[in-house]
Design a protein around this ligand. Sequence first.
Ligand code: GLY
Ligand code: MN
Ligand code: MN
Length: 436
Amino acid sequence: MADQAYIDHILTIQQRWETALEVAGFGAAIVTAGESAPYFLDDQTPVFRNNPHLAQWFPDDHCELSALLVRPGKPPRLYFYQPADYWHLPPETPNWATDALDVQMYDDAAKLEAAILGDSEKINRVAHIGARTSSNLPTENTNPAILLNHLHYHRAYKTPWEIACMTRASEQAIKGHRVAREVFFDGGSEFDIHLAYLAASKQTSADLPYSNIIALNEHAGVLHYQHYDRNPPDERLSFLIDAGGRDHNYASDITRTYSADEESLFAQLLSALDEAQQAIIEGIRPGPNYLDLHEHFHQQLAVILCDLNILRCSAPAAFETGLTRSFLPHGLGHLIGLQTHDVGGLQSSAEGGMNPPPGQYPALRLTRPVEAGQVFTIEPGVYFIPALLDALRSDPLGADVNWEVVDELRPYGGIRIEDNVLVTETGAINLTRNAF
Ligand code: GLY
Ligand code: MN
Ligand code: MN
């Protein structure tokens, strides 16, 4: 039995797709789940992930080779593949979806494909949305940009059911974050913390929305640090954890940073950054462009770096000259939903207009006006990255840096604080802090 919020969600998505199909001039769309391809010269495959376009209708990964037919005025038809496989556990019959989707079961992939082709033949112009696989479906209308642009743009506005999924994805991650913090203060290694996070959030590595970033000391200065040291460092200084959860294929993306010594300069920097991060979120209203929030944060970072005597110039000068960019090379945040870095963040319209980030902020992934219904991250950071600091030291701008203090902070790596927020007409709801 499908829950009412899911049924309502499907009705909203159906309306969106009907409009998109009309704008793009298609009579229907076939959305394929896809299949996991083996590694080169191997019979092993990565764990299968559903096509996010299908996941918005059928929010599960246990659907390899299944497909969905979306047509105006008709319930979406799910061709569900349930092979009689004795090597793997076949996916369960999705009884939970039958009130919202017209579910048709197949144990034979050729018959499933024949059914899709038979239904498609009666429809004028059918688009295919999905990765090209071994299927024999026609390919001439695969992933038409005009259709994808429309769908990607509107994916930014979450339905109540999607918001409920994302709220649960935050709650799940927070269970892991709490335990990870304890293991750090108990002296655990990156590996110990990683395993504790998985256990507490009840996830395997394959379930995670993205690989956990568990970084002690200078590793916190590697933005997407990807290893798990098996031994703790000799001296424990700092801990950055960027780890999320997933609920019905919807992600949370959460970062916290801790200082081992609460009296250190690093701890002061951490608390200043945390305050500034919360102030940005409290000020969020529909209207300004996300780029304005990003630039505003750089101005705040300039104040923090000058106040703590890390920079010697004035705060306005540190912002104007771009000095802060050497300490914060990534964007303030990104859309989030079915994908951790969700699509559509740089679109200026549903019709395909793009608004790339300005040249000084090439890593910014969101340049849309802030609007009610969007969920995005606010994840400012400040880092001591050897490659960027070395470049700065040999630049005339480097004269404004207090290198003695910077060198003291290098072993701490850096700080990032990341929350997921839902924009409403009156302000932002912090899904992450509410769950903590
Ligand atoms: N975890 C990747 C990011 O924060 O964007
Ligand atoms: Mn993150
Ligand atoms: Mn993020």
